[in-house]
Design a protein around this ligand. Structure first.
Ligand SMILES: NC(=O)c1ccc[n+]([C@@H]2O[C@H](COP(=O)([O-])OP(=O)(O)OC[C@H]3O[C@@H](n4cnc5c(N)ncnc54)[C@H](OP(=O)(O)O)[C@@H]3O)[C@@H](O)[C@H]2O)c1
Length: 280
């Protein structure tokens, strides 16, 4: 350490609405670290130059968001196995020799959030139903597989996209028709919405939970609103309901630890801080 300000940030396009500066900023204050975490709008044609210039700018790395996550995987010098399987990088760490290490922390954030809410949750307890086959679904499917889910039922509006993903990831993923989502809840122990349905400004997620066992855990990765219609329906019938904000907060932990040298905690104070910012 040189005593210089530790610097990291987040890149994307657009980047104005990113909550990451607020959450890393909260931790920098909390742990009294002389650090900086700023958002940078980077256009696709400037991505490689930006990443290659991190070390010269005195930056220890960066978070990466849309639309750069896939391209960053191709640019970094080393990517961990999880990032390679997901096909996207959201965290870049400049190594001591100046090379770039890429990882994807979405699956970690997803699992840590579930375990935070329900320490007894185990993917191996029974079938999981995953709604959606987009970018977020990939990381979640891999995490569920690695945690030993015995069967994963994947349903997506565009079935071909789900089939492609299931083929690519292999293992225990079975694809079903989107309109059969209610029937596929029978015997499930975990239900995850990874679509953007139910998000403020988007269409509703219509699903009848009647067949879902009462001891199943329901998670919505949508976090605006915090309590989606899916989660309120689940709560009403006695299911454990987990919101998506914690996933966002937990996925930020590995980057913060690598850049700033402290393992940060996800606390109620952090959640409240982020909710306040989001409420504007
Ligand atoms: N909590 C967190 O940390 C976290 C992390 C990442 C993402 N997210 C949230 O997760 C959501 C998905 O993100 P993503 O990156 O995976 O997006 P994405 O790659 O664009 O995928 C969107 C998914 O939603 C489905 N979808 C969209 N509109 C639909 C509709 N009208 N009816 C049925 N399905 C519909 C899409 O189905 P098709 O394939 O048929 O289009 C696809 O499966 C977003 O709301 C995002 O903000 C949260």
């Amino acid at each position: 350490m040189t005593g210089a300000v530790l610097k990291a940030g987040v890149i994307g396009s657009p980047i104005d609405h990113s909550l990451s500066p607020h959450l890393h900023g909260f931790w920098l204050d909390e742990y009294k670290i002389d650090g900086e975490y700023l958002p940078f709008a980077v256009e696709p044609e400037n991505l490689e130059a930006y990443l290659r210039g991190l070390a010269d700018e005195g930056r220890r790395g960066t978070n990466v968001t849309l639309p750069h996550k896939e391209t960053t995987l191709a640019i970094v010098d080393q990517a961990d196995e999880n990032a390679r399987r997901v096909g996207a990088v959201n965290t870049v760490v400049v190594q001591n020799d100046g090379t770039l290490q890429g990882s994807n922390t979405d699956g970690f954030g997803f699992l840590e959030n579930l375990k935070d809410h329900e320490p007894n949750w185990q993917a191996s307890a029974g079938p999981a139903v995953v709604l959606g086959a987009g970018g977020a679904a990939r990381a979640i499917l891999i995490a569920l597989q690695e945690e030993g889910a015995p069967e994963i039922r994947l349903l997506n509006r565009t079935k071909a996209r789900a089939e492609e993903l299931a083929k690519e990831l292999g293992g225990s993923i079975e694809v079903y028709d989107w309109q059969d989502r209610a029937e596929n809840l029978a015997e499930a122990q975990t239900l995850v919405n990874t679509t953007s349905l139910g998000m403020t400004g988007q269409a509703r997620l219509e699903i009848d939970l009647k067949k879902l066992p009462e001891n199943a855990l329901v998670m919505d990765i949508v976090y605006a609103p915090l309590e989606t219609e899916l989660l309120s329906q689940a709560k009403q019938r006695g299911n454990l309901a987990v919101d998506g904000l914690g996933m966002l907060l937990h996925q930020a932990r590995p980057g913060f630890a690598a850049w700033f040298g402290i393992e940060p905690e996800v606390t109620d104070a952090l959640r409240n801080h982020i909710l306040k910012i989001r409420a504007g």
